[in-house]
Structures are given as C-alpha cells and as structure tokens.
Design a protein around this ligand. Structure first.
Ligand SMILES: Cc1ncc(COP(=O)(O)O)c(C=O)c1O
Length: 411
C-alpha cells in the first residue's frame, strides 16, 4: 500500500449516487466525433437552433453600458420579478407577489433548489417516466428517493390517476409534472390535469413541482391564455405547488441561464436563503436580457412554435416510413420519442445483434453519423429521442441516413 486513498472515496455519497446527464453525454460524443473529422448530424441537443432575438441581445448590451454589472438581490431584480408576475397573471391567470418569485441560474437551478430546501433523507419524489433526465438525479443528489412511475406509450406517455394514487406513500414529498414533456412532447389536457389534481387533493402532504419550461412550444394552435394551468383548474393546490419556468426555450436563451420559480412565500424564502449561500443572484446582465424578453414583442414566439411544428410533421412522416420505427405525434416541445422496438434483435453487417436502445443509438451514430439519446436515459425503453431543433435540411438528411442504416440491418 502506498498510502494513497482511493480517489472515489473522497466523494460524498450524494455525488456517488448520480451520473452525468445522458443527453449532455450524447452531445459531447457527437462533438468529439466531429473533431475527429466525422460528418455527424446531431439530433441530441435540447436547445432551440434560433439565435436570441436582437432586441434581447441589445438590452443586455445596454445594461452593460448602464453599469448594471453588479450584484442584484439574490432573488432577482425587482423589475424582473415584476415582469414574471405580470407574465404569470396574463398568460396563466395566476397571481404571484414579489416574495413568491425567485430568479435562478436557469430552470434547472430552480428545480434543484426547490428539491434541496425540502428533501430529507428517504423522502420520495414521484417522477413519471419517460422523464427529463435530471429529475431522478437531482432527487438523489438531495438525498431523496425517486419513485419512477411508468407511463407507457399506450397511455400517451402520461400519468394516470390510479398509478399516481398507487405510488403515493406517507414519505412522498413531491410529484414532478412536466407538460409539454421532454422527451415525449406529451401534453396534458385540462381533463387529465383535473384527474391529477383530484388525487393530490386526497394527499395533502404531496407537493407539486410543475415544470412549464416548454409551455410556449405547442402544436395545437392555442395561445397560452387559452390553455389551462393545473393551478387555474385547482386553486387549492397553489399553497403546495412550485411552478418552474424560464426564458431558455421560449426565447432561445439557453446560454443566458435565467429561470425562475413561483410558489408559496416560505418555500421561496428558503430557496432565496440557499441561493444566498451558494450561487447568489443569476447574472445581472442576463436578468436585464430576460426582462426585455418578457416585456418585449412576443410575436415571434408562435412563429417559432409553428416552425417547430412543421419540422415535427416532416420528421414524423420520415421516421414513421422507416420499417421498425414508429412515433406518436407530440403535442409540444421539440422532440420525437421514437419507438425502436422493431430493431431490437436485428443484426448489423458485422453480425452484432442489437439488444437495447443503447445499441440502436450507437449503431446509428457509427453507421448513419446521426447522434440521438437512448430512451433508457429517460427511463423508458426501447426508444430514442431526436431533437428537431435543427434545420429542415438536416432533419431530412438525418432521417435519410437513419433509413439507409436501418435498411442495412439483417432480420
Ligand atoms: C423539462 C426541462 N426542464 C428544465 C430544463 C432546464 O432549463 P434551463 O436551461 O432553463 O435550466 C430543461 C432543459 O433541457 C428541460 O428539458
């Protein structure tokens, strides 16, 4: 023994429990292959391919010029919190005061901190699967226990009342609900939200984390005001709901890192305290940009949504024409969650049998030069997620390559 300790034993148990995000890993693998000179089309990314609109970029530059480069209040500038309150009122019919809103470094940070201030060891968090990759790991990182509830394709990838009821125990602290969903695009109707709300009303210890980050990317032609928020359907849940949103997806501002949470004042105060002892405020310049985004012209939002819809329709047609693959029509967000069950058991030209969706995505990366994320990372197999937040040309070419690679498989 040389006395050197095992490096992994330095790490806290909460860190040893978690793993890197599979979607980031897939994007990084695609970037690495590109650096090696391979021609890779990435369908792995979870961010808009549009640039942040010019007035928003300009607002950030103006803020720098005005010297808005110092610390702000931990919970965000009063102006931005007011703009968030105005947005929630106008678009969602929900009334929140400044003390019930906190600005965070992206929506991800808001979710993490909401869990961090509420979970004790062994507390359970219900996560309907397929889920956004980070929910279970964020739960584990905060000493909680994710309780995964399978929501299969046959139920539209949505949580059903009896399954929710069966998953609730005295230790349940949260239900996480994400509509429209990453990775499936599943979108809950008012009636489906009513069912979820009714179950929650029977279990007062369960809090609701409503992740609304994709709320503006919808394909049913409705405006936000026409859509019903679960809190508008059941106002009694307000006292135990934390609503999560941000500017990343709607305004193509993923790199600016501005998200927010709205919820009961005691929870928001606890998040504020944790944030004051960790990251402090989100970037002052980004907050100025987010303010311009929320207060500015919104006319491009439905236009972008329509662009995503056209891409989704095109990609769906292509994917559903490939033998062995099938995909439901998503209600929103910018992903297709493709069933690749028909490829499992088939053999590559080298004689390797595809045994899982991970094998399928590796095969397509190597043989079609198309990167995507395996369904196992989202808690449901055999599927893969493709992001359509890329140009129509790349969608067309990527689907052509997938079709060709699939045709090269032996039955
Ligand atoms: C469902 C969901 N929630 C939250 C986030 C995080 O958003 P942000 O970039 O604002 O942290 C993402 C990003 O991929 C997401 O897909």
């Amino acid at each position: 023994m040389d006395g050197t300790s095992n490096p992994s034993s330095r790490l806290a148990a909460r860190v040893r429990r978690i793993k890197p995000s599979p979607s980031s890993a897939a994007s990084e693998r695609a970037a690495e292959l590109r650096r090696q000179g391979r021609d890779i089309i990435s369908f792995a990314l979870g961010e808009p391919d549009f640039d942040t609109p010019e007035p928003i970029r300009r607002a950030a530059m103006d803020a720098i010029e005005r010297g808005e480069t110092r610390y702000t209040a931990t919970a965000g500038t009063p102006a931005l919190r007011e703009a968030i309150a105005a947005k929630l009122q106008k678009e969602n019919g929900l009334t929140y005061g400044a003390k019930e809103i906190i600005v965070t470094c992206g929506a991800k940070h808001a979710i993490f901190n909401a869990l961090a201030v509420t979970l004790d060891a062994g507390d359970e968090v219900i996560v309907p699967a397929p889920y956004w990759v980070s929910y279970p790991d964020m739960t584990l990182a905060n000493d909680g226990t994710p309780v995964i509830v399978r929501c299969g394709e046959e139920q539209g990838f949505k949580l059903r009342g009896p399954d929710l009821e069966a998953a609730i125990t005295p230790k349940t602290k949260w239900l996480i609900l994400n509509s429209p969903s990453n990775p499936t695009g599943a979108t809950y109707s008012a009636a489906e939200l009513r069912v979820v709300a009714d179950v929650l009303l029977r279990h007062p210890q369960v809090m609701l984390l409503a992740d609304d980050i994709y709320e503006h990317i919808r394909f049913d032609g409705t405006s936000p005001a026409e859509r019903t928020h679960i809190l508008a359907i059941e106002p009694q849940l307000r006292a135990r709901t934390v609503l999560i949103n941000g500017v990343s997806k709607t305004y193509a501002m993923t790199g600016w890192r501005i998200g927010y949470a709205a919820g009961p004042a005691d929870l928001i105060a606890a998040m504020d305290m944790l944030q004051s002892q960790s990251t402090s405020n989100a970037s002052s310049v980004s907050q100025a940009a987010a303010l311009a985004a929320l207060r500015g012209d919104q006319s491009f939002v439905p236009v972008w949504s329509d662009t995503y819809r056209q891409r989704v329709e095109h990609a769906l047609q292509r994917v559903n024409a490939i033998p062995g693959l099938s995909c439901r029509t998503p209600g929103g967000a910018f992903y297709l969650f493709v069933n690749c069950g028909g490829l499992i058991g088939r053999q590559t030209a080298e004689g390797k049998t595809l045994q899982s969706d991970i094998d399928v995505t590796l095969y397509l990366l190597e043989n079609a030069g198309v990167a995507m994320v395996a369904g196992s990372g989202f808690g449901l197999s055999p599927y893969f997620r493709i992001s359509i937040a890329t140009s129509m040309e790349l969608i067309e070419e990527g689907c052509r390559r997938i079709a060709q690679a699939v045709a090269g498989l032996r039955t």
